[in-house]
Write a protein of this length. Structure first.
Length: 93
């Protein structure tokens, strides 16, 4: 599968471990122009963001628990602050 990211910014939920992290790493290696990674644990999220930034993809972390009804608005605000063009990706597809 070839991804045509062309510098686009991606929001990846659940990206501090497992499938979400693998998706974020793949997007970084496939030329994403930036990543907004999310998860519940700030320490782990900051470490993932730093690692992906070292790969050459600017990455920000936003702590969010998607079980919280306020989380989608938080992520929408954070993503609009990071980029005008978003490619959405979740571990669920």
């Amino acid at each position: 599968m070839e991804l045509q990211l062309n510098g686009k910014v991606a929001l990846v939920t659940g990206s501090t471990q497992g499938i979400g992290r693998a998706i974020a790493e793949t997007l970084a290696r496939c030329g994403a122009g930036g990543l907004l990674v999310t998860g519940r644990e700030k320490t782990r999220g900051d470490a993932v963001a730093e690692e992906l930034s070292r790969l050459g993809t600017p990455t920000d972390f936003v702590a969010a628990n998607l079980a919280d009804p306020a989380a989608p608005a938080l992520l929408a605000h954070a993503s609009s602050a990071s980029a005008a063009s978003m490619r959405w990706s979740t571990p669920q597809g």
